[in-house]
Design a protein around this ligand. Structure first.
Ligand SMILES: Nc1ncnc2c1ncn2[C@@H]1O[C@H](COP(=O)(O)OP(=O)(O)OP(=O)(O)O)[C@@H](O)[C@H]1O
Ligand SMILES: Nc1ncnc2c1ncn2[C@@H]1O[C@H](COP(=O)(O)OP(=O)(O)OP(=O)(O)O)[C@@H](O)[C@H]1O
Ligand SMILES: [Mg+2]
Ligand SMILES: [Mg+2]
Lengths: 221, 221
């Protein structure tokens, strides 16, 4: 499903390049559940952003379902991202001007889903995450963990083929964290490809493969 | 050092009050290292904000070093907060327009610390947290864990009497998380009062007392 060949990412400042990712070669098949681990600053979020088409590599090739992502125009990238990918951001990035309900509903607006069907799906997730009482509040009125749950709900509601989750349980109590991991495992059993960045050995066990990133390099698996 | 008597916090919406904290009675002595635990939405961050004078209670009394906080004017609250308290926010709240160096240096600007002394203290923390290469970058150019480390550095640099840390290791690798907890323990051994909100049983062990918050109530200790 995903093929990265010789992918590098750097930032150019006045005098030199700061390499964040170096010569990444990575293949992930449909249906895998992969955990990316490594120290702070290793490049995990950067790698997830590139896979999720929210950023582009500085060098190398990226094939998504055999299409050449590194050659795509902005419009096609956005289309592909919206139709195939659900992303849980490390900093959530909920939209401040929309209510919790509207935030979670957003991905469904890009699909041809009827109003009543959207209502049912949002209601089901609000109920599952115990957030019904919060549906008309705005993100800044939620606790840290509630924002994380809303971000997760938004990422999974349209049943995307690929879920990218950047530290999805960092602000959750261990019981709630377990519930989220079990939910991801269930989606994976049903065919969803999942790539999570996690610092937790516990969370990594739900997947079937661990990729260790360090200083921009992938360590031998 | 801290005395909360009958403290409550609610938000008023059109028809009713949503109680976030209910009848909190809590005493914390100087030199304690307390961990506040509980599920998402329990009111932990809200309680920490009230203790840190960043928000006020709706009902009840708050005594800080025997002064009546609930009766203070804005100016006095800000003064007391800046001179006595270091706060690590759950969402970091670094200032986007300032570099990492400037963000960490900020608390020292409120003290009568010479320029060269400030430079030395910031340099020492940047080095300790392995962030020297990042000192001239802006917060949005840092990884999640690096932002958390910068937020921690800023909270401890002026050696405040009281450190309030809201989930200080949520985005850190376990080794880095341990380093931070050991650093807090060391500050506590040197006399700093520490109140942390944490979801981690592991982190709670560094303290000498656990307060369990649930639905706005403190459970019997
Ligand atoms: N615009 C930029 N300019 C310079 N360096 C940058 C920029 N953006 C990101 N970086 C650097 O990229 C590196 C990797 O960042 P990334 O967010 O991928 O780390 P990470 O592995 O996700 O870390 P964490 O576990 O802390 O979230 C960091 O060292 C960061 O400082
Ligand atoms: N302006 C507001 N209006 C209504 N409810 C609010 C507002 N601000 C906060 N709340 C509610 O206060 C409750 C407690 O929030 P708080 O941030 O203290 O929780 P928490 O215990 O820190 O949770 P977490 O572990 O997820 O960070 C939440 O249910 C939240 O929705
Ligand atoms: Mg990251
Ligand atoms: Mg909180």
């Amino acid at each position: 499903m995903i093929k990265l060949l010789g992918v590098s990412k750097y930032y150019q400042n006045k005098f030199d390049k700061t390499y964040i990712l170096r010569n990444i070669n990575l293949e992930i098949k449909e249906g895998e559940f992969v955990s990316i681990m490594g120290p702070s600053g290793a490049g995990k979020s950067t790698l997830l952003y590139i896979i999720g088409m929210l950023d582009s590599a500085s060098e190398g090739e990226y094939y998504f379902l055999d299409e050449q992502v590194h050659k795509m125009k902005e419009k096609r990238l956005t289309e592909l991202h919206k139709s195939h990918i659900g992303f849980v951001f490390q900093q959530y990035h909920l939209i401040d001007e929309l209510t919790v309900y509207e935030n979670i509903e957003t991905p469904l607006l890009y699909q041809k889903v009827s109003g009543s069907e959207r209502k049912g799906k949002v209601a089901e997730l609000l109920d599952r995450f115990n957030m019904v009482a919060k549906k008309d509040l705005f993100p800044n009125q939620l606790s840290g963990g509630q924002q994380q749950l809303a971000a997760i709900a938004r990422a999974i509601i349209s049943k995307p083929k690929l879920i990218l989750a950047d530290e999805p349980t960092g602000n959750l109590h261990s019981d709630q964290g377990k519930e989220i991991m079990q939910l991801l495992k269930k989606l994976n059993d049903e065919g969803t490809t999942i790539i999570q960045v996690t610092h937790s050995e516990e969370n990594a066990k739900y997947g079937n493969r661990i990729i260790k990133l360090s200083d921009g390099w992938i360590e031998k698996e």
